[in-house]
Write a protein that binds this ligand. Structure first.
Ligand code: DOR
Length: 453
């Protein structure tokens, strides 16, 4: 951030912290109940005081509250990302909980769930507490912690799931890899379904015996380029297995970053059977195809890999018909040094938090209500935080909100991103849809496009 913009942020901070509540006027209020033009009054205690036209500010005790005109903007529950790699502890060169939560706030998120593939792995209450404390200290959004299904994500023994759930963990995952052992996965699901808390096992579906050594989608392009491929079946076999294990155990399963047409079809059929299954897709799997790797640019290396145009079409259709519940970023920062390695050596992953809204608006043919469903309401439910996030905008609800202009365009300049890493695949692209303000617990974490901390 330049000195100048720091000053601006400081000035804005003063305005924001002195305020006695806020009145947002003229916005398109979008939540589960639909869309309406209304003013939103936020009380000094961080809750929503009133929503409507011609609000009686005197009766609300908000005559001193500053008024912010948000005409033309959408006011919706803040976005929730259930799949964020914050890299802390252990890989703070790539991202910290503070820099990642700043990126999240700028992307319109009021809550994120940190993934456990850190160093050490998030597989103990001590590390969960460390993550939660750092999130609170950053104060830019609600940072929740997932934890691994198996100790050290090694796939051999279960993590202390009961203790971790008691410490607030609601999503268990070995993300970065899938649980390969069928028997252990069955035990994990049985154990999870017996816990007093409602938890979900989130699977990174990848059968390593099939994906091993691959760096891109297996198909015509991997053959032409001579790059070893990762077949769609590496994902689909595990999706199928876990659907059947959910059927067997009755436990909740969430599918992370689905990337193939057949995966969507399997989930669609499982939902038809009434199984307790949810699924997410990333902005990059909805927008970028395998041919991006013809340049051998490692920024496009990701796991699961970018797939075919037919897969992209099926993923989008899955969002439209509700088979896919959530958009999740899989924000995966990597330092330049690592991404500058050759394609076979470079780590997979790309940034996502600050570009998700613009990408989603650009590629998805959905209503704003449905966009809010997949970016806020459903992810909040999956993460077990629907008491504070993804709620209807109504009196008494915590003011966790995003205000975005769905028509504003902006160009992605990696150096301007808040993330500590630069590995965005959207460099130089113009996106439509810009976050103006993010309101977390009634305070602006982002004001006029600028992070407040
Ligand atoms: O591309 C990916 N990067 N996929 C994953 O599952 C893990 C992630 C990471 O941690 O970098």
């Amino acid at each position: 951030m330049s000195k100048n913009s720091n000053n601006n942020a400081t000035n804005r901070k003063a305005i924001v912290s002195e305020s006695a509540g806020w009145i947002l006027t003229g916005g398109r209020v979008v939540d589960r109940t639909g869309e309406r033009i209304a003013d939103v009054a936020i009380a000094p205690d961080g809750t929503i005081a009133a929503v409507g036209v011609d609000l009686d500010l005197k009766a609300l005790g908000l005559t001193k509250a500053p008024v912010l005109d948000v005409t033309g903007c959408v006011v919706s529950p803040g976005f929730v990302d259930i799949h964020t790699h914050l890299r802390e502890p252990g890989r703070e060169e790539a991202e910290t909980i503070e820099s990642g939560s700043r990126a999240a706030a700028l992307g319109g998120y009021t809550a994120v769930v940190a993934m456990p593939n850190t160093e050490p792995t998030i597989d103990s209450v001590a590390v969960v507490r460390q993550v939660l404390d750092a999130g609170l200290a950053a104060g830019l959004c609600d940072v929740r912690s997932s934890a691994s299904i198996t100790l050290g994500r090694e796939g051999d023994a279960l993590s202390p799931m009961a203790e971790l759930a008691a410490a607030g963990v609601r999503i268990f995952t070995d993300d970065g890899c899938g649980v390969q052992n069928d028997r252990l996965m069955r035990r994990a699901l049985e154990y999870a379904s017996g816990l007093p808390e409602s938890v979900v096992l989130a699977q990174h579906c990848e059968v390593e015996a099939l994906s091993h050594g691959g760096h891109m989608h297996e198909g015509e392009w991997s053959s032409r380029l001579g790059i070893p491929g990762i077949p769609a079946e590496a994902e689909e076999l595990m999706v199928f297995r876990d659907i059947e294990l959910a059927r067997l155990t009755g436990a909740r399963v969430h599918f992370l970053h689905l990337s193939t047409a057949r995966s969507v079809e399997l989930v669609r059929a499982a939902k038809r059977d009434g199984l307790p299954i949810t699924a997410e897709v990333t902005p990059h799997h909805l927008s970028l195809d395998e041919t991006r790797l013809t340049t051998f640019d490692t920024v496009f290396k990701v796991n699961p890999p970018l797939r075919s145009l037919a897969d992209i079409a099926a993923l989008r259709a899955g969002v439209v018909d509700g088979t896919i519940d959530a958009l999740a970023t899989d924000h995966a920062p990597h330092p330049r040094r690592d991404k500058e390695l050759t394609l076979d050596q470079a780590p997979p992953g790309m940034l996502g938090l600050e570009t998700a809204l613009g990408v989603a608006l650009g590629v998805l043919d959905v209503s704003l209500t449905q966009l809010v469903r997949i970016m806020s309401i459903h992810p909040a439910q999956i993460a077990g935080i629907a008491d504070r996030h993804g709620r209807d905008i109504e009196p008494g609800a915590p003011a966790n909100l995003v205000v975005f202009d769905p028509n504003a365009t902006w160009q992605v300049v990696p150096e301007s991103l808040a993330s500590k890493s630069r590995n965005t695949p959207y460099v130089g692209m113009t996106l439509r849809g810009k976050v103006r303000h993010t309101i977390y617990n009634g305070e602006f974490s982002v004001f006029d496009g600028e992070a407040q901390r």
